[in-house]
Design a binder for this molecule. Structure first.
Ligand code: CMP
Ligand code: FE2
Length: 279
């Protein structure tokens, strides 16, 4: 059965504006580092930058790997940190999250784990691409069925599909062994729906902006940098990038088009340990 959606009262002729943050990899200990980057401080620096640009967003998306240590406190720390934006926050799990601990501890008046969001003439679906105990992802039949019934229930809305894992290869062999293992079937299946206008994910700690040309027209494919460490694009072995933490702003227009950009924080404060071979 189709679960209830969260609805935003935005006119059908207006754009829906979103902020996406992804892969903060927080710990219980706010002093803890991931490969030389304090993930709590880098998330705060990203959130401060978002506050400073005063983008009039309707809500934010947090697309997984919220935690690096599976602790209750890492989720509390995330909820506390994002409260500075004063925006509703919709989240989904990544491979470093425990979905059960996550839903128990991602709690607050402005924090939502629901899978459907209705806003303007858009429907945003927050999908779970994780597989218990594995870094790689899979789009399950249950999630595909949810997409079918959600579109059937709201056929006049454009659709943005949001997930953690990359359904297309990033071009980094070490990282692509952890991609969504049925990504091409997934893209083929969802591109049969003319409503689907964009796919958005995290996981690969680097930015992607490309187009998939489906039978019903173009679908935007978007990946967003982590709020902590960055992976080097096109590297076959594990390698970190010196680029700073970032985030994405999106404008979902009422005609079904999507305007979007990735931004990074200014300065060079968050440089990882370049000798690191993984985590
Ligand atoms: N050197 C490595 N080789 C392969 N996988 C790795 C390596 N280091 C880390 N990983 C895993 O690959 C994942 C990619 O992004 P995640 O943030 O999900 O977390 C990473 C780890 O789970
Ligand atoms: Fe990650």
């Amino acid at each position: 059965m189709l679960k209830e959606a969260i609805s935003y009262p935005i006119s059908e002729i207006d754009s829906v504006r979103l902020v996406q943050v992804t892969d903060p990899h927080l710990f219980a200990d706010p002093e803890a580092q991931l490969l030389g980057v304090n993930t709590s401080q880098s998330l705060k620096a990203v959130l401060n930058t978002i506050s400073a640009v005063k983008y009039p967003a309707h809500f934010m998306l947090a697309t997984g790997d919220i935690s690096q240590d599976y602790s209750n406190e890492s989720y509390h720390n995330f909820v506390d940190a994002v409260s500075c934006l004063n925006l509703p926050c919709h989240y989904l799990p990544g491979n470093h999250d425990d979905p059960r601990i996550m839903s128990l501890h991602m709690q607050g008046d402005n924090i939502f784990g629901q899978k459907r969001v209705l806003a303007g003439n858009w429907q945003v679906l927050m999908l779970d691409s994780t597989v218990r105990g594995r870094p790689g992802g899979h789009m399950s039949d249950a999630e595909l069925a949810l997409i079918d019934s959600a579109i059937e229930a709201e056929p006049d809305r454009h659709v943005l599909l949001v997930m953690h894992h990359n359904p297309v290869l990033a071009g980094c062999a070490w990282l692509d062994q952890h991609c969504m293992d049925n990504g091409s079937e997934f893209i083929q299946q969802v591109s049969n729906y003319p409503q689907v206008k964009g796919l958005l994910w995290g996981h690969i700690h680097q930015s992607v902006d490309t187009i998939h040309t489906g039978p019903n027209g173009p679908i935007k494919l978007m990946a967003t940098p982590s709020t902590c460490i960055q992976f080097k694009p096109k590297s076959s072995y594990f390698a970190l990038d010196a680029l700073q933490p970032g985030y994405r702003l999106l404008e979902l227009k009422s005609d079904g088009s999507i305007l979007t950009n990735v931004y990074r924080i200014p300065g060079e404060k968050f440089s990882p340990d370049n000798e690191a071979g993984g985590y």
